[in-house]
Design a protein. Structure first.
Length: 179
């Protein structure tokens, strides 16, 4: 998997001060996407063990609330194994003291289909592990006609900011409520 950038001290991509990782690769091609340079899976730089260690060290600062994974699309089939490694490493190092947010162009229902072993016999496990590790998922394709700069945490009003853990318990998407 490749990535484009790691940015720290970011307040725009989730609640509070965060570290943001932009992953390469997206097959959705949303019109006027904010990050079309991240669509190509081969763009950016390789995400190595050393980069993972750098990411964890950046997050170790006490004022960093957590990690946001964006892209591209972290939940692309070609990215999910590496995203699982990242989210698992964050949980191993920080437990639940740091939050994990994720942006995807897929809807909640599409992501739930990825966790079904009848659809994805091998990768469904990685999707389940990732979902169990993240706190908030911003779902849905960016729709340029629904762009609203005042809509919190998302680019277009069709996108939802979902409390993942509450949604997994309820079996339906539950919207995130700011703390």
């Amino acid at each position: 998997m490749n990535y484009h950038e790691i940015k720290t001290d970011n307040e725009l991509n989730g609640e509070n001060l965060r570290t943001v990782l932009w992953i390469s690769g997206c097959t959705l091609g949303c019109k006027n996407c904010f990050n079309p340079q991240t669509w190509d899976f081969n763009s950016g730089k390789p995400f190595t063990k050393e980069v993972l260690q750098e990411l964890l060290d950046i997050m170790d600062k006490p004022y960093i609330d957590g990690l946001t994974i964006s892209g591209g699309n972290p939940l692309e089939l070609r990215n999910i194994v590496d995203v699982n490694i990242i989210t698992s490493a964050v949980r191993t190092r920080f437990g639940n003291t740091k939050t994990i947010w994720m942006y995807t162009g897929y809807t909640w229902d599409e992501v739930m289909r990825f966790t079904d072993p009848t659809n994805f016999p091998i990768l469904s496990i990685d999707y389940k592990i990732v979902l169990n590790a993240i706190d908030v998922l911003v779902d849905g394709r960016y729709v340029d006609e629904l762009n609203d700069v005042k809509y919190p945490y998302a680019g277009s009003t069709n996108q939802r900011v979902i409390d993942v853990q509450q949604s997994l318990k309820a079996g339906i998407p539950i919207l995130f409520k700011e703390r």
